[in-house]
Design a protein around this ligand. Structure first.
Ligand code: BV8
Length: 231
C-alpha cells in the first residue's frame, strides 16, 4: 500500500520544541509576519537571523531528542513493503535523527543555509553573522536560513503532487492544517481515493474533511497506529 504521511510541529512538541500556534499565536515572542517572511528579512535582517540562530542553537541542546512518534515512523518505513513518503512542514531535524529516509522537508531545514550570492545550500550549525562565509563561493555576509518563508514556494512540490496522486493512505500528524499548500494535501489524496486519517492533539482546521481521526499525544498515537498497520 502506498502511504503518505504529513507532519507538523505537534509531532515535535513532546521533544521540547514549541509549536507555532499553541502559544497564543506568538512564536518565541514574535508575530510570524515579523520573522518568517522575505519582507521581514529585508527590513530587519538582524532580527530574523537572530530568531533562526536561537532556534538552530536550541535544536542542538541535549534536551531536544526525537520522541516515540518520530521513531515509530522511521521503523515503520523500514519494514513497510509498499511505498512510504514522509512530508514534513517542520524545519527541525528530528525525523532525520530518527532514521526516516524518504523524507521531504517542504518548509526547509534549520540546520542548513542558502547562499544569496551563488544559491548553494549547505549544512550549517553555527549562528549566521555578517562574518559568515559561503563555503562554495567564499563570499562573506551572504547566507540566509534555508527556510521557506510565507510567500515563498515550498520545496519538492512536484514530487509531493506526484506521490499524492497515487497514495492509498494519507496520515496527517501534529498539524493545525492552517498553512497552505500543506493543508490542502489531504483533499488532493482523498480526491484520488485515499483513506485519510488525522492523528492530532485536538481537531485541526480541516478535521471534518478526514475519513478517520484519533486524538491524543503523538508519542502515544503514532506508535499504536502504525504498529497496527504493519504488513
Ligand atoms: C505559498 C517555515 C505560494 C518558517 C513555515 C490565505 C488563505 C490560504 C493561504 C494563504 C492565505 N494567505 C497567504 C497564504 C499562503 C500562506 C499560508 O498558508 N498562510 C496561512 C497562515 C493562512 N502559505 C505560504 O505562504 C506558503 N507559500 O503559498 O507560496 C507561491 C506561489 C507561487 C510562487 C511563490 C509562492 C509557504 C508556507 C510556509 C511558511 N513557512 N515554516 C519556520 O518554521 O521558521 S510554516 C509554519 O507553519 C511551520 O512550518 C509549521 O510547520 C507550519 C504549520 O504549522 P503546524 O506545523 O501545523 O504547527 P501549529 O502550531 O500550527 O499546530 C500544531 C498542531 O499540533 C496543533 O494542531 C496541535 O493541536 C497539535 N499538537 C500539539 N501538541 C501535540 C499535537 N499533536 C499531537 N501530539 C502533541 N503532543
Amino acid at each position: 500500500m502506498n502511504i503518505v504521511v504529513l507532519t507538523g510541529a505537534g509531532i515535535s512538541a513532546e521533544s521540547g520544541l514549541k509549536t507555532f500556534r499553541d502559544n497564543g499565536g506568538l512564536w518565541e515572542g514574535h508575530r510570524m509576519e515579523d520573522v518568517a517572511t522575505p519582507e521581514a528579512f529585508a527590513a530587519n535582517p538582524e532580527l530574523v537571523q537572530n530568531f533562526y540562530n536561537l532556534r538552530r542553537q536550541q535544536l542542538r541542546s541535549d534536551e531536544v531528542k526525537c520522541n516515540a512518534a518520530h521513531i515509530a515512523l522511521a521503523e515503520f518505513e523500514a519494514q513497510h513493503k509498499g511505498r512510504f513518503t514522509l512530508i514534513t512542514q517542520n524545519v527541525d531535524d528530528l525525523h532525520q535523527r530518527a532514521g526516516s529516509n524518504n523524507l521531504l522537508a517542504m518548509h526547509g531545514e534549520l540546520r542548513k543555509v542558502r547562499c544569496l550570492n551563488c544559491d548553494a545550500v549547505m549544512p550549517y550549525d553555527e549562528a549566521i553573522t555578517p562574518q559568515s562565509q559561503c563555503t562554495q563561493c567564499l563570499q562573506l555576509d551572504c547566507l540566509r536560513p534555508h527556510i521557506v518563508w510565507f510567500g515563498e514556494m515550498p520545496l519538492y512540490m512536484d514530487v509531493i503532487e506526484r506521490v499524492l496522486q497515487s497514495c492509498e493512505l494519507f496520515v496527517s500528524i501534529g498539524t493545525s492544517s492552517v498553512v497552505y499548500p500543506a493543508a490542502g494535501f489531504q483533499q488532493l489524496a482523498q480526491h484520488r481515493g485515499a483513506h485519510t486519517v488525522e492523528l492530532n492533539l485536538a481537531p485541526s482546521e480541516t478535521a471534518s474533511r478526514f475519513d478517520e481521526a484519533i486524538y491524543g499525544n503523538a508519542s502515544t498515537l503514532v506508535p499504536e497506529y502504525f504498529s497496527g498497520l504493519l504488513d
